[in-house]
Design a protein around this ligand. Structure first.
Ligand SMILES: Nc1ncnc2c1ncn2[C@@H]1O[C@H](COP(=O)(O)OP(=O)(O)OP(=O)(O)O)[C@@H](O)[C@H]1O
Ligand SMILES: [Mg+2]
Length: 253
């Protein structure tokens, strides 16, 4: 089956600083992201994983190159149009989720939903389905963020991130601040979303998180240093785990 490209980035350039203190993150990076894939970006600390994710999602502009996102070169959009693009096309999950504490979880999600859709009832129906998918019961969606656990907040944050059915869900170390049980629950949510067809791009240091993906990209020296295709995630599939282990070892992890 031919894969459909959702993001095609060509000749990306990005540097920080100027003159003698310039730090080139990448000078000619090329990457394609495919629809329906759970793409994982790995690499050592400082390799430029987050920087790349910010560029691909239009959170930050590269210094040069093109990023065709569903046919639009987002590097050509002005800031207003870029903000509209992000709201419609992208969902974001970070290590720490900031929910509005004056509102309960459901209202947080509805507030995000009405940014792109006018049908409040429709949004509420989808929110209920998503809360159920992430295992947050009705009594909890009536609580505010100060009344819930870190794991619940992260799961509610994922609901908010996908309420507008984003073309691509971007996640940067989404389990970075969680203990192992909560991490597992959050990763299960990513797996469920992927199984429902959600395209995901996730940056991670963590092998357990990376194992959830079907395509692992390793960034090193400002380039795609290597990539590895994995079968769909399955619990306790040792062959698959060994394949990832071998790959990241080859990459110099
Ligand atoms: N706004 C900025 N100004 C200056 N330097 C920056 C800025 N953002 C990132 N950098 C530098 O660019 C490099 C790549 O940063 P980036 O955050 O993309 O790395 P990373 O691969 O995500 O690392 P980590 O795994 O630690 O999160 C780092 O050396 C960082 O210090
Ligand atoms: Mg990072």
């Amino acid at each position: 089956m031919d894969k459909q490209t959702v993001i095609s980035a060509k000749h990306l350039k990005k540097a920080f600083g100027k003159g003698e203190s310039i730090q080139v993150i990448y000078s000619d990076l090329n990457i394609d992201i495919y629809k329906g894939d759970f793409t994982v970006i790995m690499g050592s600390s400082g390799a430029g994983k987050s920087t790349l994710m910010y560029s691909l999602s239009g959170m930050d502009k590269p210094d040069g190159g093109e990023i065709h996102f569903d046919g639009t070169d987002i590097t050509k959009l002005n800031n207003d149009r870029l903000a509209v693009f992000r709201r419609k096309q992208c969902g974001f999950v970070f290590q720490q989720i900031y929910l509005i504490d004056k509102m309960n979880l459901m209202d947080n999600v509805i507030t995000a939903g009405v940014l792109t859709s006018k049908d409040r009832e429709d949004i509420k129906t989808r929110a209920k389905e998503l809360f159920s998918l992430v295992n947050i019961p009705e009594k909890t969606w009536r609580k505010t963020s100060s009344q819930i656990s870190g794991g619940e907040a992260q799961r509610a944050g994922i609901v908010r991130a996908v309420i507008n059915s984003p073309n691509v869900l971007f996640a940067d170390e989404p389990t970075g601040a969680l203990n192992s049980a909560n991490s597992g629950a959050v990763l299960d949510v990513f797996t469920s979303l992927h199984q429902k067809g959600q395209s995901i791009v996730m940056v991670t240091h963590d092998k357990k998180s990376a194992l959830r993906g079907n395509r692992i990209i390793y960034i090193k020296d400002g380039k795609i240093f290597g990539e590895c295709d994995l079968e769909e995630f399955e619990q306790d599939n040792t062959e698959r785990t060994e394949k990832l282990d071998k790959f990241i070892k080859e990459m110099g992890w």
